[in-house]
Ligand binder design. Structure first.
Ligand code: 8X3
Length: 254
């Protein structure tokens, strides 16, 4: 029987690439995000190309009532085999003493609270099933802190801690928990971080070969497709020319 996976933040980047990867594997998909048109376009592409069942649900993961409505009233009581907590963003890159509180709230509400809201709803179903897999998309920023990353790094440290906590609480219930921690991935990530400044965003990846969303989707699919007794607890995935959060070798450098 086909597995069913929920993927949050499926409208673009790693979430969209994971949806495509999972569709290729024949998973039934429940895709969420804020942009309804993008979700619907992806749904029809995946359904026609891979003949898999795809439902799409547009809501804001920052709003607890919307997450609860989705989980309690929109997805029915089907078995959820995999939850990919991918929805997340960076907003702003500045010292904390010059930071924008609205940016902080957006990051905390999405990356931490949104992830918690949906996990709080879906994990009990997995506990009742005594099976399931929660895959959290963290970041190298959840392992290292870099200047001006302050609140973003704090949210990804939280994702790391939540993943660790979940694993310690769910290992004896047949549930796997994976934390994927990517380094530089060229998606809309930096455009969002710099509030739409495409020039500044492209500088982040200038002269180096960043990871693609597909590279990370590939890792997520790898973790998801291991035999049941294998839990890939953690993956730090970097471009070859990235040594740490702050070390990147660029072509112009000697
Ligand atoms: C994305 C990686 O280094 O831009 O989470 O924070 S980084």
């Amino acid at each position: 029987m086909s597995k069913t996976a929920i993927i949050t933040g499926a409208t673009a980047g790693i979430g969209e690439a994971t949806a495509i990867e999972f569709a290729k594997l024949g998973y039934n998909l429940i895709l969420t995000g804020r942009r309804k048109e993008r979700l619907q376009k992806l749904q029809s592409e995946l359904e026609s190309k891979y003949r898999t069942s795809v439902s799409v649900h547009a809501f804001d993961i920052q709003v607890k009532a919307e997450v609860e409505n989705f989980c309690r009233h929109e997805i029915g009581d089907k078995t959820i085999d995999i939850l990919v907590n991918n929805a997340g963003l960076a907003s702003g890159l500045s010292p904390l003493h010059e930071g924008d509180v609205d940016d902080w709230e957006k990051m905390i509400d999405t990356n931490v609270k949104g992830l918690l809201y949906i996990t709080r709803e879906i994990a009990p179903r997995m506990v009742a099933q005594q099976s399931g897999h929660i895959i959290n998309v963290g970041s190298i920023a959840g392992i290292e802190v870099y200047p001006n990353g302050n609140v973003y790094c704090a949210t990804k440290h939280a994702v790391h801690a939540i993943s660790e906590g979940l694993r310690r609480e769910l290992y004896d219930k047949g549930i796997r928990v994976t934390n994927i921690a990517p380094g530089l991935v060229e998606t809309e990530f930096s455009i969002v971080r710099f509030h739409g400044d495409e020039k500044r965003a492209s500088n982040v990846y200038d002269g180096m070969e960043a990871l693609t969303a597909n590279d990370i989707a590939d890792c997520i699919a790898f973790a998801a497709t291991r035999p049941k007794h294998v839990n890939i607890a953690e993956m730090l995935v970097l471009p070859t020319n990235q040594g740490s959060a702050t070390q990147v070798k660029r072509k112009s450098q000697p």
